[in-house]
Design a protein around this ligand. Structure first.
Ligand SMILES: Nc1ncnc2c1ncn2[C@@H]1O[C@H](COP(=O)(O)OP(=O)(O)OP(=O)(O)O)[C@@H](O)[C@H]1O
Ligand SMILES: [Mg+2]
Length: 307
């Protein structure tokens, strides 16, 4: 891919596992570049074996249909299907023949088995988002992993989902960390050139982007593409990105939010208490408190946005 940086070690680990027939789970939070890495490895995977590429594993019925379509396109025959030249028609016929997910899954499993018996290299089944996996899919995915090499992208919390441990135990795990500062800079330079960003002081702009993004490629891209250079340099609220979320947690932002909420609640209660008791002072104080809360909370939210 044009402008793709880093990930050589992770890419190599993934390809080595696939070539050894081991299924892989690619693990990282959103925006870390799981999809980008899989895209970049797609040609190498295709060279190795037929690749069936699907977007996500859930809902399971849609996933199974996508797998059928992928097998169809990779010319891996599904037993019992009389092939025409029309994928949509064949998919429809197959769905009708196998109305439940269970029957569909069994049919796909049979196709993979028959393919392996022919001695061809195992199918590589890539799912760009496995975060929707549920415990009821696990037995099927385990069976698929016996007949094909699965490559799934997931979030760290996906691996902790109830009833999925048994699945992940069979997978090799490849983690994507944030990019190194050097790789991040390379990416910023490439994106600044691609999107023609104009900043008064390009160096200041770039180092601000780097500081805000914390090595997360998706965040670097979001900042360069969608946030005005001026806002980044002038330290304005640049929206809710991953990096900003992290920065918040490290500062007073999180501590302030509940405090503000409690103070707002106290102000409202004071107002009602004043009203109930007929004490005008209390009522006015509560009102002032509510007004202060309304004015201050957005202002404070901005004030604690990254240094
Ligand atoms: N190594 C990289 N080099 C250049 N650009 C990258 C790299 N990794 C990711 N990107 C870019 O960052 C953006 C986010 O990456 P991507 O969509 O792959 O993240 P993801 O981990 O798949 O996120 P999600 O979990 O939300 O699907 C994309 O636009 C992608 O092109
Ligand atoms: Mg993705």
């Amino acid at each position: 891919m044009d402008g793709f940086v880093g990930r050589t070690g992770e890419g190599r680990a993934l390809l080595l596992a696939v070539r050894a027939g081991r299924s892989v789970v690619l693990v990282a939070p959103p925006g870390y570049g799981k999809s980008a890495l899989l895209e970049a490895l797609h040609p190498a995977l295709k060279e190795w074996s037929p690749v069936v590429w699907v977007d996500r594993v859930a809902p399971f019925g849609a996933f199974l249909k996508e797998v059928f379509a992928g097998l169809w396109e990779a010319r891996v025959p599904v037993p019992g299907v009389s092939y025409t030249k029309d994928l949509r028609a064949d998919l429809k016929g197959w769905s009708k023949q196998h109305p439940t997910n269970e029957e569909k899954a069994r049919s796909i499993l049979e196709a993979l088995r028959a393919w392996n018996e022919r001695g061809a290299s195992r199918v590589t089944l890539v799912a760009d988002d496995a975060s929707g996996v549920t415990s009821s899919m696990v037995p099927w995915l385990v069976s698929f992993a016996e007949e094909a090499t699965l490559v799934l992208a997931a979030y760290p919390e996906t691996l902790r989902k109830a009833g999925t441990k048994r699945l992940w135990a069979r997978f090799e795990r490849v983690d994507l960390p944030p990019l190194t500062p050097k790789e991040s800079r390379e990416l910023v330079e490439a994106l600044v050139a691609r999107y023609g960003v104009v900043a008064e002081d390009p160096e200041v702009y770039k180092s601000r982007v780097l500081a805000l993004a914390g090595g997360i490629p998706g965040e670097i891209e979001r900042l360069v593409r969608f946030v005005r250079a001026e806002d980044i340099v002038k330290n304005r609220d640049v929206g809710t990105g991953y990096a900003e979320g992290l920065a918040h947690r490290e500062e007073r932002g999180v501590a302030l939010a509940p405090v503000l909420l409690v103070l707002g609640g106290v102000a409202i209660a004071t107002r009602y208490l004043g009203l109930a008791r007929g004490e005008m002072d209390l009522y006015v104080m509560g009102g002032i408190g509510v007004a202060a809360f309304v004015v201050l909370s957005p202002w404070l939210r901005k004030a604690v946005v990254v240094k």
